[in-house]
Every structure is written in structure tokens, then in C-alpha cells.
Write a new protein. Sequence first.
Length: 324
Amino acid sequence: MTYEVPSISFRTATRGAAACGLALFASTGAALAAEGGVGFYLLGSKGPYAGVLAPPGTYINNDLYFYTGNASASESLSLGGEITADVDAIARLDVLTGMWVLPNEVLGGNLAFTLSLPFGYQDVKGKAAVAGTALEASVNDDVFTMGDPVLGATLGWHSGNLHWTTGALVNVPIGDYHEGDLANIAFNRWGLDLTGAMTWFDPATGWEVSGAAGFTFNGENPETDYRTGTEFHFETAVTKTFPSSFSAGLVGYYYEQISEDSGSGATLGDFKGRVSALGATFGYNFQMGNTPVSMRLRVLQEFEARNRLEGTAAFLTLSFPLGG
């Protein structure tokens, strides 16, 4: 069995797009929940083998993350006619993660520490128009830069075919953040995510079932005086590994904001967000010399979004241990 390094959730691909949406959607009577419409936890970052922690050693994980999403709203005008607003976002991000699993047991399990460094490109487009007239406004912004690093710690246990973990992620607000910009990969706020995960894997049949659930707690952005409410996320996966070391299955997630935004910067009100997603995953394990390598693709389509962008997310993940 090849162990996949747990992906570190560092931020949304659509932070800037939603920031643009806050201005455009205000004119239509709609708004996006959470600052910028999203939280710092990257939805879909946990999937197959979410509850499995690798044996003692040092590991490298690289995630290529792609997202394209949009949101729209409309509102009738008191003098007649209708105003519409649309926001579109594209993101191409790379997250390099290092993980060290300690050689000695802690509380009967294994303890790991992680560090994730994100960087990448983001493009945001927004447009508002009054139907039946020539009145139209548009805005565009893009950025290629570093985001906030994320520190993590995970405890993992094993019992037969059952594996489970509990972990914490801390978003450290030292990335390249620019107040007032539409496109920002960094969040400029502290964040804490607590997640528990469980995996059942039967090596004899190749079947695997995983689930992970957690809560994200957000600090206030000192530049905007905006505090995002507490967020809940649940991710799941069912996969089958074949004798050829190829695997395939289904993945999904559900997100809901369970408390309102607050602070003087939350001028559009105490909105809450929600979104679901379903998709497919394909994996392949192979040897590069004496080093086992795990490669996995995940593609998820979002639906039933409320006060959030809705789009398609894809992860291409490469994991391997250092020193074979």
C-alpha cells in the first residue's frame, strides 16, 4: 500500500473573485457569506485514505489545484428594468507540502508535523449591467504570488483495516496580501481548522471508504475589520484499487457556514454560505527507482451553492517519501 501525504488545506482559489462579487452583488440585493465568499480551508483537499497516516519518515506532497467558478444575481429596479451581476474566476495554484512523521509513538499512535507553501495565479472578472440599456460596468484583476503558509499536526492510529486521524491546521497570515485588490491568494488573518478522519481499507479486496469532518475558526482581518463565521466541512470517498495498482472511485464534499460573519467590515450583513460537490478520482501507484510514488487526480463539480461561488475543482497530486 502506498501512502498519500495528507493534502494541506490552505485557501480557496476564488478569494479575489468573491471580493469582486461583494461590490457587484451589493447593487443587486445579494451577498456572499464569509469574507470574500470563502474560508481558508480548501474544500476537497481530503479524499481517499483521508484517515491513513504514513509510517515514520519524511514525505513530500505536491498539489496542483485548478478552479473555475462563477456566481450571478439579479434584482428588479424600482423604476422598472432589472440589474444583473456576474463574477467569474479562474485559479491555477501549486501547494508544496513537507511532512515529518516522528519515529516514536505518541498516545499510542503516530505524530506528524506538516508545512505547506502555496503560490500561483488567479484571475477575476466581474460585470454588472442594467437589462435593456447600455449601462454596464466591468472590472478585472489578476495576480501571481505567494499565499499564506499553513502549519499542521496530525495524530494517527491503526487497528486492522481501520485507520483514523485527528489533526489541526493553522493559517499563518504572512503571505503577499494587498488590501483593496480583487485577486488575493493570501487571507491576512489567522485561521484554525480541526479535522477528524477515518478510513476502512481492505487490502484483500482493494476497497476503501473514507470520511473526514471538521470545523474552521477564523480570526479577524485587521485591514478590513471582517471576521468570517465558523465553518463546517465534510468530505468522503469510496475507491477500488485493482491488481495493476490503478484505482478509481467517487469523491464529494459538503460545506456549510454555521455562524454569521461579524465585525465592522461585514457591511452587507450576517450571511451564511453553503455548497455541495460530487466527482470522480483516479490514482496510480508506481516505483521510481527504489522510491514508491503515488499519483492521484480528483475532479469535483459543485452544486446547490448559496452565497458562494459555484464551479469545478480539480486536484493533481504527487506524493513520495524522501530517501526511498
